[in-house]
Design a protein around this ligand. Structure first.
Ligand SMILES: Cc1cc2nc3c(=O)[nH]c(=O)nc-3n(C[C@H](O)[C@H](O)[C@H](O)COP(=O)(O)OP(=O)(O)OC[C@H]3O[C@@H](n4cnc5c(N)ncnc54)[C@H](O)[C@@H]3O)c2cc1C
Length: 404
């Protein structure tokens, strides 16, 4: 049994704590705030088994031109935001070429397909069933070409990964979601994915389970992590091992220990809206670059990516998403005065860092889950815990790949 200090209480840190605890280790989690109040709070709440390929950068000339001209809503950027991470964005683009993307998808697909199997027992033990729906989500298609492409994609995902999906026409879609008033050509129902109506509360309930089972959660700043004898210490809390699970804040810390991480920070926004006739499933409206998730607080409109240092008060992606949602259903007033914002911690090769920090005894990295950290937390936590117990780890996820 080892004493482990986990830095960060997002989905990734808390599930790390649970996985290590299940193997008999004594774990303390340190966070400057309450569990699950940052990126793991603000996401679209999808626990995805269908996202078998990581998000590649769109490289088709028309898509690149649209991004460069600031048109469209998938990726927005400004000069300081882009310049501050130019090297990482460039590597992301190179790794989005078909051969590299296919390589990353092999590892990614293996992880994603385990997500509901590993969340399931935690949800049960944490008593969080009331905020989980197990009946998938819906992706809209507005043109025959997009519908046909989606059909082929669904067939390929079924053959290659066993992903379940049902293609629907407009009438079938409206029967499933009567609040849709617009005429939509068709949709994919990704039926074996799950979703959560309060992502922050799910992390909090996992954290409560961790504490009930004897784990400690301490309020403090991880920023001064240092060695003292053979121990790691942060804000006076010690452990024989330390795991960095600080999501988008991780690279700042690991740089002090020789691990320079070229992260792409994809900012997203969300805001809730009142809805008299709530949706039964989340709806991905990629044509308008938003995911619309029925949450406890109302309909959460979550936006795609913005490369910017500072958040905007009235983000154009959210404004556009709200307008698109108003065309789809009768949407009420916003719940909050201002939108929430946070950054997806994305690695240029699209795979998280899970494993030993090179040349640092008992220091471990566990971050960089990009678009799917809420989904993948328990999966990569298991991979890390196994490696910490003497297993080989997953080669494709090792932090040492950044130094090759
Ligand atoms: C708009 C949007 C939509 C998304 N939708 C989905 C989705 O539907 N499904 C999905 O799977 N993923 C989704 N994601 C991605 C997902 O939310 C992230 O990958 C995931 O939450 C990352 O979790 P984490 O634990 O690594 O980071 P975080 O949740 O950010 O946790 C990091 C923790 O570190 C703490 N911390 C930071 N610095 C310090 C310090 N110095 N000292 C102490 N503590 C510190 C923070 O307080 C925080 O609690 C979405 C992301 C966004 C932005």
């Amino acid at each position: 049994m080892a004493e482990v200090l986990v830095l960060g209480a997002g989905m990734v840190g808390v599930t790390t704590g649970l996985a290590l605890q299940a193997r008999g280790h004594q774990v303390t989690i340190l966070d400057r705030g309450a569990p699950g109040r940052e990126t793991s709070y603000g996401n679209a709440g999808l626990i995805q088994t269908e996202a078998v390929e990581p998000y590649a950068m769109p490289l088709a000339p028309a898509a690149l031109m649209q991004i460069a001209m600031g048109r469209g809503y998938d990726v927005k950027w400004n000069i300081p935001g882009l310049m501050s991470q130019m090297g990482a964005v460039w590597k992301y683009a190179i790794n989005s070429l078909p051969a590299s993307h296919k390589r990353a998808s092999v590892t990614w697909g293996k992880m994603i397909r385990q997500s509901t199997d590993l969340h399931g027992p935690l949800i049960k033990a944490a008593g969080a069933d009331n905020i989980i729906r197990r009946d998938g989500y819906i992706e809209l298609h507005r043109t025959p070409a997009k519908l046909e492409k989606a059909r082929k994609n669904a067939e390929r995902f079924l053959t290659e990964f066993g992903v379940q999906a049902r293609m629907m026409n407009g009438a079938e879609l409206r029967a499933m979601e009567p609040s849709i008033k617009a005429d939509i050509l068709g949709a994919t129902h990704w039926s074996d994915s799950w979703n959560c109506s309060d992502p922050g509360a799910l992390v909090a309930s996992y954290a409560a389970l961790f504490q009930k089972q004897g784990g400690q959660i301490v309020n403090g700043d991880a920023g001064d992590l240092h060695r003292k004898g053979s121990a790691w210490v942060a804000d006076e809390v010690t452990g024989e091992h330390a795991v960095v699970a600080l999501g988008p804040w991780s690279p700042m810390l690991t740089a002090r220990f020789g691990l320079k991480v070229p992260m792409v920070y994809k900012r997203g926004y969300h805001r809730h809206y009142h809805m008299d006739m709530p949706l039964h499933h989340p709806i991905a409206d990629f044509g308008n670059s938003v995911v619309l998730s029925p949450m406890r607080r109302g309909l959460r409109i979550a936006t795609a990516a913005e490369l910017t240092l500072h958040p905007r008060m009235t983000p154009p992606q959210l404004r556009h998403g709200e307008q698109a949602a108003r065309e789809l259903f009768d949407l009420g007033a916003p719940v909050e005065a201002e939108p929430w914002t946070g950054r997806r911690p994305c690695m240029p090769d699209m795979l998280p860092l899970v494993g030993r920090v090179p040349d640092q005894p008992n220091l471990w990295a566990h971050f960089g889950h990009g678009h799917q950290g809420f989904t993948l937390g328990p999966v990569t936590a298991e991979i890390l815990a196994e490696e910490m117990d003497g297993g080989a780890g997953w080669d494709a996820l090792q932090p040492s790949r950044l130094m090759r």
